[in-house]
Ligand binder design. Structure first.
Ligand SMILES: [Zn+2]
Length: 501
């Protein structure tokens, strides 16, 4: 096969892969937004299995493998983005070929059955309903690491690299050691001095008003309505099909004013990243965000550093007050800002404040590490979970619903995903620091939208899409390699009045 034949074959196959991508996109949206009726699951599972089967054959075929290998050998003659894509593709094909087909298909089936079982277990707060699935999932994950591990990468490292290329348990160990050393004591100090919630935070906020304010936020966040949609789901998330179809979901609770606001800003931060990838990368393997942690850095930067800042709420609190004039009567922007920056030890990761957040992730990281090392079994998860929440956050876990059943990640086999959340927060602090050298961020926010912040992010990070590895992108965006001290310093300054970890 010549290089030009290889390229032609590769590009044709990539279009077909994109078509499979559309099926996964629509099907998972349908499941997670509750549109699919519960009893549709059996037929749907068979259809998805058949699609997986076709996709598996296509991407593991000898011709495709040869095309990718031919292009990899000629990488220095290719456009740099395509060359990067080919290196990543070659690795992905090799991973897939190492997994026995019947195991791969059985696991796809297990994933689609585990999710509804997980949802039921969570609703009933009954871990035993999920245990048989989780047990199979963890066993598969250990086997998968054995099949796919190579070049000195094994066990948990296989999964960590899958979700954040280039990172190993050794990298995360250093990062979490700093969190443990500096943040665990700070959390314990802050928890003791926490003021009670102000009265306005306990009022009722009708959903209709929340939706109106969400629409207002869409303008503030420059979230182009021509290319986006806002839906509802149990867990807020962002899903996209290219850079012209970016969908976010939210969940509205009448007794919680803050949940929808910060979920919306968070998901729009993810969405902006997808919207701002250079248009020529759409439909290539370099379209979309580069990694989970980089994605999370964009949502957390918007949610916490922008969306909880005094400058943001000096500008937008009057609009919120206009939607809820009775509930927010007499409340000032400063009081509101103080309230949204409270730190408190709590049970639920997705509702946690930014100070305690990394400890929720640390707990999951330590558990996954033991699971992948074969030191912890699925049946041991609730006890391990509850003990770590007591040790790091000082809280007693009253039920598995508020404990180890709160997150859906393990139901999909996504071991190694959680650590990227904390790494993303740390990237965000470093990126914010770099941005503040070029831009008066507060003055930019007082202009009424995040336009200038979004433009800076586009120029320094978003436009590159996934055309480089995360470590290279951090270097490009901030001028230096990843350094967790920016994050720890930021938290110490904000919550402890100190700096220089
Ligand atoms: Zn996120």
């Amino acid at each position: 096969m010549t290089v030009s034949q290889a390229k032609e074959y590769y590009l044709q196959t990539r279009e077909k892969e994109n078509a499979f991508g559309l099926c996964w996109f629509l099907s998972s949206l349908d499941t997670e937004t509750g549109v699919m009726p519960p009893r549709a699951i059996d037929f749907r599972s068979r259809q998805l299995s058949a699609l997986s089967d076709m996709q598996y054959d296509m991407t593991t075929s000898d011709t495709y493998r040869e095309a990718v290998a031919t292009l990899a050998a000629a990488a220095d003659t290719l456009d740099p983005a395509l060359a990067h894509e080919i290196v990543c593709k070659q690795e992905a094909i090799e991973n897939l070929r190492r997994v026995p087909k019947e195991e791969y298909l059985a696991f796809t089936d297990l994933q689609s059955r585990a999710y509804p079982a997980y949802v039921e277990a969570k609703q009933k707060s009954d871990f035993s309903l999920f245990l048989p699935y989780l047990d199979k999932i963890f066993r598969y994950c250990r086997k998968y690491a054995g099949w796919v591990g190579r070049d000195g990468r094994e066990g948990y490292d296989v999964y960590l690299h899958m979700f954040e290329p280039g990172y190993t348990a050794a990298d995360y160990d250093r990062f979490f050691a700093l969190i443990k050393e500096k943040i665990v004591p700070l959390v314990q100090k802050v928890a003791k001095t926490q003021k009670p919630l102000p009265e306005f935070a306990k009022k009722t906020y009708p959903v209709e008003g929340q939706k109106r304010f969400a629409a207002y936020l869409q303008k503030v966040m420059c979230f182009d309505p021509e290319r986006t949609a806002m839906l509802e789901s149990e867990h807020p998330f962002t899903a996209n099909n290219g850079s012209h179809d970016v969908r976010i979901t939210n969940h509205y609770y009448e007794d919680n004013l803050f949940s929808f606001i910060f979920s919306a800003i968070h998901e729009m931060g993810h969405g902006l990243y997808e919207l701002q990838v250079a248009p020529e990368l759409e439909g290539t393997g370099c379209g979309g965000g580069a990694s989970l942690a980089l994605h999370e850095s964009q949502s957390r930067l918007m949610e916490n550093m922008i969306g909880r800042s005094p400058a943001f709420w000096e500008t937008h609190f009057p609009a919120l007050q206009a939607v809820f004039p009775e509930q927010l009567a007499g409340v000032t922007a400063a009081e509101f800002t103080a309230c949204i920056n409270r730190a408190e030890c709590s049970l639920i990761r997705t509702e946690a404040d930014e100070l305690t957040y990394p400890l929720h992730v640390l707990i999951r990281y330590e558990i996954e590490k033991e699971v992948m090392a074969g030191q912890l079994e699925a049946a041991d998860i609730p006890a391990a979970w509850n003990a770590k929440y007591k040790a790091y956050l000082g809280v007693d876990v009253p039920s598995d619903r508020e404990g180890c059943l709160q997150d859906m990640h393990w139901a999909g086999g996504d071991v190694g995903y959680f650590p990227t959340y904390a790494l993303g927060s740390a990237y965000a602090a470093q990126i914010y620091h770099a941005m503040s050298r070029d831009l008066d961020i507060d003055a930019a926010l007082r202009e009424g939208s995040v336009k200038k912040v979004a433009d800076w992010l586009c120029e320094h990070l978003h436009k590159y899409g996934a055309s480089k590895y995360p470590k290279e992108l951090i270097l490009l965006a901030t001028g230096e390699p990843f350094d967790p001290h920016y994050y720890v310093d930021y938290l110490l300054r904000k919550y402890g009045g100190e700096a220089h970890a």
